[in-house]
Design a protein around this ligand. Structure first.
Ligand code: NAD
Length: 564
């Protein structure tokens, strides 16, 4: 923290001038800096980007060395990052990745938060979340389409396709949680979100993710109920702990239509504020006495899930939103925590079966109008997809860019590479003034093993099988992504997830065209194979449609245990 001074005000360079020796290195440098831009990351002072303590670099000296290495890196070399610290540069080959990243990985028996904390304290590791340590975070927009898709699927299943006149209640207005109020509003509903840190409420109002902030629960609830009755679409944030809001609602028999949570409960030490503490006091105690802090946080989390269960039983449509809160509470004796369903099996697995996931791009020109040009291109190419065209229209209306202008779009197998190749042509022709970066969240179809989230309740029981994200990282390396990452613990926390990421740059060259075509097809392709192998019909149909470009020699479980 002491050496933050000279790093204050980090902003990625923009435009067509190279500072590195190639666009692969340059894009990695710009996206790393973008993650630590104060308009993008949650707490750049501590290099925290989002998701509890998801960091982009282990220390400021490590950050400086990464920057120096990228500036110097040749076009046939590869830089290795070990948990946010550069550790080696090797001669590889021109079509290889320029950067390979491994964050927070631990051997199974040591994959506990306690061991992670101990090793982090010794300066040996760093939590990279999903897109923080892999340098492809694009602000709250990065999750908003997923939240939008989830709530749209929920609305289609339960409310005839709209959230109009429905009240969505949740907690957490952090980097990802901030997507909740805007997504509910985009679907014409009312959102009421508890947030324990008043500064986060203001930040979300400033960035257009939230309409109004309150200090009084009573006032916030009254206004939310009035808006719901009048079928207004509006988002409200209230400065209180989740439990305070939920208890207030239960005591008055006010049952939300939809109920969830996006506090960073996957990391009770850094991501959850116990009921007895203010955000400021929490910041002090978690460093002074982490053991007491953890006890308090876990106790509040258990109560939090009990409160969710009470409202669920009273009729609120309740789902876990990927923060492992159920497991944390279960470990504290809340034995019915898993009565709350997870959002992936409940609402979005079919997207994964079609090879769809949180694909995104950022324009290195820094010019917002180039994102709008790409929106138009996407609409021209995929306008017959009603969900995608609805998304682009709403995104243009509601999304404020943070840092480098970017767009997320849940594109599927065969769509991502086709779109990126056209963009590469546009870069070559000068239609766009600088290259475009294509990447995705690790929370994608074939890149994650996370039994309480992306791979919860897999049809064949393969929830905890983690070969798939490793194969994904290896395949993307072989296919020539510009940078590839493999992390542990993102989303649901240490011990609960292994996941991989890949990023490719369209710089207008033939080399880029080859990389884009291979990576952006193969990457969702392995997701489709993973789901086809688990027995999902839709994934098998998707696979069959693309048989010229990938084959699945075996589909289905193959036992190696003698049966007789
Ligand atoms: P974050 O650390 O940026 O924000 C967490 C927020 O919760 C903070 O603003 C904090 O003040 C607030 N908070 C903590 N305890 C609280 C309490 N008791 N009451 C009210 N507010 C409280 O985290 P984030 O990036 O927003 O991620 C939130 C969670 O969602 C994480 O667990 C993350 O892993 C998960 N996540 C889910 C998805 C998804 O698609 N479902 C995607 C990414 C992350």
């Amino acid at each position: 923290m002491a050496d933050f001074g000279k790093h204050k005000g980090i902003e990625a360079p923009t435009g067509p001038i190279l500072h590195c020796k190639g666009w692969g290195q340059e894009a990695a440098l710009r996206m790393l800096m973008n993650n630590l831009d104060a308009r993008v990351g949650e707490n750049p002072r501590e290099r925290i980007v989002y998701g509890g303590r998801g960091r982009a670099a282990r220390s400021w000296p490590a950050y400086d060395k990464i920057v120096e290495s990228l500036l110097d890196l040749e076009n046939d070399e590869t830089l290795l990052i070990q948990s946010g610290k550069p550790v080696g540069i090797f001669k590889t080959q021109t079509h290889a990745p320029r950067v390979l990243i491994a964050n927070a990985n631990l051997v199974g028996k040591w994959a506990t938060l306690e061991d992670f904390d101990r090793l982090e304290k010794k300066g040996l590791t760093m939590f990279g979340q999903m897109t923080a340590g892999s340098w492809i975070y694009i602000g709250s927009q990065g999750v908003i389409q997923g939240t939008f898709e989830t709530l749209a699927a929920l609305a289609a299943k339960h409310f005839g396709g709209t959230m109009r006149g429905k009240l969505y209640v949740s907690a957490g207005l952090g980097g990802m949680g901030a997507a909740q109020p805007l997504a509910a509003k985009m679907l014409d509903g009312v959102a009421l979100i508890a947030e324990a840190d008043g500064q986060r409420i203001q930040r979300r109002i400033d960035s257009g993710y939230l309409d109004v902030g309150y200090d009084s629960i009573e006032q916030a609830v009254n206004d939310a109920l009035t808006a719901t009755k009048e079928s207004k679409s509006i988002s409200l944030g209230v400065h209180c702990h989740a439990n305070e809001l939920l208890q207030y609602l239960s005591e008055r028999h006010i049952i939300p239509d939809v109920l969830s949570d996006q506090t960073a409960a996957h990391d009770p030490l850094m991501g959850y504020i116990p009921d007895e503490l203010s955000a400021t006091d929490a910041q002090v105690l978690r460093h002074q006495d982490p053991t007491t802090y953890l006890q308090m946080a876990r106790c509040s989390i258990a109560q939090h899930v009990r409160n969710l269960l009470i409202l669920q039983k009273a009729g609120a449509l309740t789902f876990d939103y990927g923060n492992n809160i159920r497991r944390e509470a279960f470990d504290q004796g809340v034995t019915d925590a898993f009565e709350i369903p997870g959002y992936v099996p409940a609402y979005i697995r079919d997207l994964f079966n079609a090879g769809k996931g949180p694909f995104r791009w950022a324009v290195l020109s820094g010019q917002a109008d180039e994102i709008y040009k790409l929106d138009a291109l996407a609409l021209e190419m995929f306008g017959d997809n009603p969900l995608l065209s609805r998304w682009f229209t709403l995104a243009q209306k509601y999304i404020h860019f943070q840092g480098l202008p970017a767009r997320i779009a849940y594109m599927g197998l065969g769509e991502r590479d086709r779109f990126a190749l056209k963009v590469n042509e546009w870069v070559a022709q000068g239609v766009l003034s600088a290259p475009v970066v294509f990447g995705r969240d690790h929370h994608d179809t074939g890149s994650v093993a996370s039994p309480y989230r992306e791979t919860e309740a897999m049809q064949d029981g393969s929830d905890a099988i983690a070969d798939w994200p490793i194969l994904n990282a290896l395949l993307n390396t072989a296919s020539g992504a510009h940078w590839v990452s493999f992390h542990h613990g993102g989303g649901t926390g240490i011990g609960y997830a292994l996941h991989a990421g890949a990023v490719v740059v369209a710089d207008g060259s033939e080399d880029s065209a080859g990389r884009l075509s291979r990576v952006l097809f193969n990457d969702p392709g392995i997701g489709v194979i993973r789901h086809a192998d688990a027995g999902y019909d839709l994934a098998q149909e998707t696979l069959a449609r693309h048989h010229e470009r990938m084959r699945a020699p075996f589909v289905g479980p193959q036992t190696n245990i003698p049966i007789d």
